[in-house]
Design a protein. Structure first.
Length: 147
């Protein structure tokens, strides 16, 4: 007679495997020096974006991204119709094994030119986003989505 695990056994095995795999991920501590370097890189990149200098912002992308996508392809993703100001950046999590950090950025945006009274009345609007940054060869690089 062959052993046939029940549905409950399959679920229990799945939960144990997921728990074990989750335990393999380490969050590790990010030194103050590396955290300060990361925040400075985030600020420097946003200094480029604040003036719509996408060639400058392109230089913060991972070398692998830059190898796959030309500056022209990257530039096509943006609109020059917004003025942005970085108002804050915080490191949320860090995975030491992957050398990847999650950074929350807070930005105020407004149109370069107001097109109607409603947009003028709304003015600048806040937004929050999460960026992923990876540390390779002693430098932090933003991991850009290819969507």
């Amino acid at each position: 007679m062959r052993f046939q695990p029940s549905s409950a056994s399959k679920v229990a095995i799945f939960v144990i495997v997921v728990a074990l795999l989750g335990g393999c991920a380490t969050s590790g501590e990010l030194s103050d020096s590396k955290k300060n370097q990361l925040i400075q890189r985030v600020k420097d990149r946003w200094a480029c974006l604040q003036v719509n200098d996408y060639v400058c912002a392109y230089e913060f992308l991972t070398p692998a991204y830059r190898q796959a996508f030309s500056p022209e392809m990257y530039l096509g993703r943006f609109s020059n119709q917004l003025l942005r100001v970085l108002t804050g950046a915080t490191v949320d999590t860090y995975d030491a094994r992957a050398a990847v950090a999650s950074v929350t950025t807070r930005v105020m945006s407004r149109p370069v030119k107001y097109t109607n009274a409603a947009s003028r009345a709304i003015g600048a609007t806040p937004s929050t986003s999460t960026e992923s940054w990876i540390r390779k060869n002693g430098e932090w690089w933003i991991i850009e989505s290819t969507r």
